[in-house]
Design a protein around this ligand. Structure first.
Ligand code: NPQ
Ligand code: MG
Length: 368
């Protein structure tokens, strides 16, 4: 299909509940919704960069710049028949994986819609519903944290991830574990520790956690390999894995036993599937991370998590956990067995709601 036009919509949506991690507290999600146009059809992708460079160096500003000045020009006027043809056209761009992913994923959606194929089918998904959990942010008090977890457990989530940081770790995990002895539980430090904290992190071995996510520096693998030798609990890398090469390096040095795959962080569905395949070949389980996406990104995450080696529950919660009024429909709901059904319609399987998109929009640009 000939890529005729590319549309960028920078939006902002208020969260249902503020989200706090070791790098800060936020009330809103900003995102860039990218649409590729061909033959009267639109395919959509979501850029998951942040409003500031806290989780990664990518921001709404850097993604907008790289999309407008480098990525869109590399795709406009090109004839694309297979989604795998997109990533090679972006290969001169170093980094900026979230910007690359948003445009590549829009092409996956476009081709899926044109061919009447769901994203899950295109990717090789093998399940109709995927196991999911919820990521619970840092709260002002332990009581408020327990109330949040209580609400999610009551809503049916069978797996909870707690955000931790120095001063908000062992005592919090102990309190949650004592109250819910059988809950599948894991923690995410978003790089808040160093190797000097190894003894503190080893205390977490007592709580039967599924994994400890990215305890150390956001680009590190070497210190994580040293730490893994001192922990019983599997380390899972998130921030450090930006590409299939990073995944191979991490596994080659035993820096982790589990990998969190986020399609934005690794540059699109093609790279995400390559990491999935590599981990499957090495016997390493993966799970689908989340970035508090709109229903567009969430639909893509569900499709990806339908691949066979996504054997741990994803950070993919029901739409109601994130926003009151999403910019795409239908909303996703939690099934009774703590799964969410994989969309079956063409492409992502969700439809943009133009009035909602317009109401949330901060800026718009059409290219081509
Ligand atoms: C994580 N996600 O696994 C991330 C952190 C995260 C669900 O815990 C804007 C920019 C919003 C970066 C939301 C979850 C974000 C963000 C969450 C990062 O580490
Ligand atoms: Mg994480």
């Amino acid at each position: 299909m000939l890529i005729e036009r590319i549309h960028l919509h920078h939006i902002q949506l208020p969260y249902v509940h503020p989200f706090e991690t070791s790098f800060g507290r936020e009330q809103h999600r900003e995102a860039i919704l990218v649409a590729v146009e061909s033959d009267g059809l639109l395919g959509w992708g979501e850029c998951v960069a942040g409003s500031g460079p806290w989780y990664s160096y990518e921001t709404m500003g850097t993604a907008w710049h790289v999309l407008v000045d480098y990525l869109a020009p590399a795709l406009l006027g090109q004839e694309i028949g297979q989604p795998e043809q997109v990533a090679p056209r972006f290969s001169r761009v170093r980094g900026h994986a979230m910007a690359r992913a948003s445009l590549e994923n829009a092409v996956w959606d476009l081709l899926g819609r044109a061919q009447g194929l769901s994203l899950a089918t295109m990717l090789g998904g093998v399940r109709r519903a995927v196991a999911v959990g919820v990521s619970v942010g840092i709260e002002p008090t332990l009581e408020e944290l327990l109330a949040q977890v209580e609400g999610y457990v009551a809503a049916g989530y069978a797996r909870v991830k707690l955000k931790i940081k120095p001063g908000w770790d062992v005592q919090v995990v102990r309190a949650v574990r004592e109250r819910w002895p059988d809950l599948a539980l894991q923690v995410d430090a978003n790089s808040a520790y160093t190797l000097a904290d190894a003894a503190r992190l080893a205390e977490l071995d007592a709580f039967d956690l599924l994994l400890i996510e990215q305890p150390l520096h956001h680009e590190d693998m070497v210190d994580h390999a040293v730490l893994q030798m001192q922990l019983k609990t599997p380390i899972c890398l998130d921030e450090s894995i930006h590409s299939p090469e990073h995944a191979r390096w991490a596994l080659d040095i035993d820096a982790c036993r589990i990998i969190n795959i986020k399609v934005g962080r690794v540059g699109g569905f093609s790279a995400a599937r390559q990491i999935h395949d590599l981990c499957a070949a090495r016997g390493v389980p993966v799970w689908c991370g989340g970035m508090l996406e709109t229903n567009v990104g969430r639909a893509g995450n569900l499709a990806l998590a339908a691949l066979p080696n996504f054997t741990l529950p994803g950070d993919i919660s029901a739409s109601a956990r994130y926003f009151h009024h999403d910019i795409a429909a239908p909303d996703f709901t939690l099934n009774a067995d703590s799964t969410i059904s994989v969309p079956a319609g063409p492409g992502t399987g969700v439809e943009i709601l133009p009035e909602r998109l317009a109401a949330a929009r901060l800026r718009y640009l059409a290219l081509g």
